[in-house]
Write a protein that binds this ligand. Structure first.
Ligand SMILES: *Cc1c(COP(=O)(O)O)cnc(C)c1O
Length: 376
């Protein structure tokens, strides 16, 4: 059996190696390392894949979120609502910009932000909502867009984990995750569903004005070279990463299908188990399974992890501590017990190996070892 990894980028690379290597060599020969035709080509291909008017490439997913908030001219004191059960990047940029993070709880079944909790958290200072499409499926965007419209708020989608997912909007249209709100952000970190071989990110929008502002902010706040109208940042995607991403973009739907197949296998193996609760698939969104994350009940999580590791099976905990309980984000507004769903999830989630190269033999081994421990 092939070695089991959380993410197997090596096996994936072997299948696209000739094409990737050829493109990298081409860039080395051209020396167009930054902002050349390769970045432009990938940008155009991603725009057409996503069905979005503008893609603005940038340095990474965290930058994408920061640039989005800067381009919307959010100011210190403005409140930004996001979920407490997520990766830190979202809250980090809110804090760095001097904005006020307002945390809310999530849905226990989908792990995504709870729109009713968002509604309750709105104050006259609220300016934006940042739903994170956690683990690969979209947050309830219809409800969130409705709330945003009623209260005149921006919606910035953190689509770092759900690129390629599709959402059935109430108006009957199907849209790609990250293209429903005012601005969408993504990451091309190597382990993401569309991963580079280094850092990368992108920002999406259908709005020409926002696009213009986003392009100014990522480029040192300048529209005309060496004339700086705004305080900006330097955030770029390099040509080698863009070329690799362009090769992988052509496989993205097939990659999502492989992930879904692995998830189906897990779902079936663990169905109706009293100690295991498989992740719910939200009927309005396709799931691209950035992670296969389930919850356990009456099982010692550390012991399970040790047992699986001893059999060569990696297992991760995404995420062990919700944002409001992180030391760096201590805030008198929040205390332990305030977000019971997130706290319960943080204590009971496990993530199993999930990538495009899992084969049936590996899946059989992983599920049988999980069940062996759980049933003992
Ligand atoms: C990975 C990730 C980010 C940050 O992306 P980087 O490219 O690592 O900066 C932001 N939000 C979420 C939900 C992520 O999973």
């Amino acid at each position: 059996m092939k070695e089991i990894k959380m993410v197997d980028l090596q096996s994936q690379y072997q299948k696209i190696k000739p094409e990737v290597d050829r493109r990298i060599m081409e860039i080395l020969d051209s020396t167009a390392f930054i902002n050349g035709p390769y970045v432009h080509k990938f940008q155009k291909n991603l725009e057409s894949y996503l069905g979005v008017k503008h893609v603005i490439p940038c340095g990474n997913g965290t930058d994408a979120l920061q640039v989005a908030m800067m381009a919307l001219d959010l100011k210190p004191g403005d409140e930004v609502i996001t979920s407490t059960f997520t990766f830190i990047a979202t809250a980090e940029v809110i804090a760095l910009l001097g904005l006020t993070p307002v945390l809310v709880d999530v849905d226990p079944e989908t792990y995504n932000i709870d729109p009713e909790a968002v509604r309750r958290a709105i104050t006259p200072n609220t300016k934006a909502i940042v739903p994170v499409h956690l683990f690969g499926q979209c947050a309830p965007m219809d409800e969130l867009m409705k709330i945003a419209q009623e209260h005149n708020l921006y919606v910035i989608e953190d689509n770092a984990q759900a690129i390629g997912s599709e959402y059935q909007c109430f108006d009957g249209t199907t849209r790609k995750g990250g293209t429903i709100g005012h601005i969408g952000c993504t990451s091309f970190f190597p382990s993401k569903n569309l991963g580079a071989y280094g850092d990368g990110g992108a920002i999406f929008t259908n709005d020409d004005k926002f696009a213009e502002q986003l392009r100014i902010v990522v480029n040192h706040g300048m529209k005309v070279r060496y004339y700086h109208d705004y305080v900006g940042v330097n955030s770029r995607l390099d040509s080698i990463q863009a070329a690799i991403l362009d090769v992988k973009l052509a496989h993205l739907d097939e990659y999502a299908a492989s992930r879904r197949k692995a998830a189906d296998y897990y779902d079936q193996a663990f169905a109706n188990h009293p100690n295991l609760k498989t992740p719910k698939r939200f009927e309005k969104s396709t799931h691209v399974f950035h992670q296969y994350t389930l919850t356990i009940k009456d099982i010692n999580r550390e012991e399970l992890q040790k047992f699986l590791n001893s059999h060569g099976i990696p297992m991760m905990i995404y995420y062990p501590v919700p944002l409001h309980l992180q030391s760096a984000y201590q805030d008198p507004r929040y205390k332990s017990g305030d977000f019971p769903v997130s706290e319960q999830l943080a204590a009971s989630v496990i993530s199993l190996p999930m990538h495009t190269e899992l084969d049936e033999e590996q899946l059989e081994f992983i599920t049988s070892k999980v069940l062996e421990f759980v049933n003992q």
